[in-house]
Design a protein around this ligand. Structure first.
Ligand code: SF4
Length: 433
């Protein structure tokens, strides 16, 4: 589908009539190659240590989560699958009764669970199993001991990072109201604990606070929200969550994402400006970490400088990554693809991209691969399923999912982020005879 204002160029492809002063966007609709939203369980269950994620799905869904999360079979994992069997799918058994039974068994065995997410999948959506009603019914039995929520992680019209967005959005109605006179920063989007701790130290030193994180380490500790809450986004894929938080009165601070020195500096500066932190004090606080980060990036810059990069749409991190790799590592951008272009969330990033970059939104796999083959970039950022075929054609690739699993935000991770892109190029050089 294209908007009526977008002139159609060919089947499923159109150029967006970009507002004056912004980059034109090639809109693509066609075959997609992405993981589904269940993938988010991998990092969400590590972050929220009192939550359990119960996928209501098929054996395929169970295999995906099990293999992606790589938990040993004898461990007590904090995710599992209530498997819909043939009788459920054919409507011969009452899937609601079966689900209630599974939940009761789980909660009887695991008193450590404080929040239970029922995660919808393609099969549960196809048979129209209403998980919101199931959550309501089960809450009547288990709340307040356990809060039961539901969200969709299905692969129907999603990309894999959307699972985090739908999960966080399900928590927003349960966040307490902040006192009317409280000003606070809410960092939205999962960050590794180590990165969170580094940011806390910087905010404390600047005198900005209270600063809270969403999601937090305990899902029961929901941060308060209100008109004094300023939202600072750690991830560019929390679109619906941000809108739900805005509807609760919070204000979004516009800033690039905290990737690299420039991104992290401007991200912190957005909060510092709200708290009227003097420029000199801000500089003093960030300088040591920013200097370290510059040095760390420099180690990889020579390998990346001048190299061409093609970013295929996958994780929604593509635009901030492209900005960092161009601005701080000197890479030349051939095309920056993103599954969705939500200007509310990437406004500040778009302003930092070079004026001649090709932006594309959505996926039309064949046409995008044709463009990759024609450009033969030095490096292609892509989904797991595309990496091996492209490598077989002599192209160097980087898995975009790795950028979601790795701590890459903040000054102390800037060098590691550059290294993640330098490594495949270095490996290629070593293998070249
Ligand atoms: S939710 Fe859909 S896409 Fe994801 S593993 Fe299950 S069946 Fe596959």
């Amino acid at each position: 589908m294209t908007t009526p204002t977008a002139p159609l160029l060919a089947d499923g492809c159109a150029v967006d009539a970009a507002p004056r002063g912004t980059l034109p966007v090639l809109k693509e609709r066609g075959q997609r190659e992405v993981f589904c939203g269940l993938t988010g369980i991998v990092w969400l269950h590590r972050k929220m240590q009192d939550a359990f994620f119960m996928v209501v799905g098929s054996r395929t869904c169970a295999h995906l989560v099990q293999s992606a999360a790589g938990v040993m079979i004898f461990a007590e994992p904090r995710f599992g699958t209530a498997i819909l069997g043939d009788r459920d799918l054919a409507g011969l058994a009452d899937a609601n009764d079966e689900l209630d039974k599974c939940v009761r068994q789980l909660l009887a065995r695991r008193p450590d669970i404080e929040t239970l997410f029922l995660v919808g999948s393609c099969p549960s959506e196809v048979i129209k199993l209403d998980l919101s009603r199931a959550a309501e019914r089960l809450n009547a039995e288990f709340f307040p001991r356990v809060r039961i929520l539901n969200y969709s992680g299905s692969g129907i019209e999603t990309t894999f990072t959307q699972g985090e967005d739908t999960c966080l959005k399900s928590l927003v109605p349960h966040m307490p109201a902040a006192p009317a006179d409280e000003r606070s920063v809410l960092v939205v989007g999962t960050l590794a604990d180590v990165v969170e701790d580094q940011f806390v130290r910087l905010f404390d030193a600047m005198g900005v606070g209270p600063v809270r994180f969403f999601p937090s380490r305990r899902s029961r500790d929901l941060p308060p929200i209100g008109p004094g809450t300023r939202l600072l986004l750690a991830q560019p894929f929390v679109n619906e969550t941000v809108r739900a938080l805005q509807a609760r009165g919070a204000t979004l601070l516009t800033a690039p994402y905290p990737l690299g020195v420039a991104g992290t500096t401007q991200w912190l500066a957005a909060a510092a400006a709200e708290w009227n932190v003097p420029a000199e004090h801000f500089k003093q606080v960030i300088q040591p970490a920013a200097d370290r980060a510059r040095k760390a990036i420099d180690r990889y810059r020579a390998r990346l400088d001048g190299k061409t990069l093609f970013l295929l749409p996958d994780s929604q991190l593509e635009i901030p990554l492209a900005r960092f790799l161009h601005q701080e590592c000197g890479m030349r951008l051939v095309e920056v693809g993103t599954p969705y272009l939500d200007r509310l969330l990437v406004q500040a990033e778009l302003a930092l991209l070079p004026g001649d970059v090709q932006l594309s939104e959505g996926q039309h796999l064949d046409r995008q691969l044709d463009r990759v083959r024609a450009a033969r970039p030095d490096l292609t950022l892509c989904g797991l399923g595309l990496a091996n075929p492209l490598e077989a054609e002599g192209l160097r690739t980087k898995w975009s999912i790795e950028l979601v699993f790795s701590p890459i935000q903040g000054f102390d991770q800037a060098g590691d982020l550059a290294e993640l892109f330098a490594r495949p190029l270095e490996r290629a050089e070593r293998l070249t005879v």
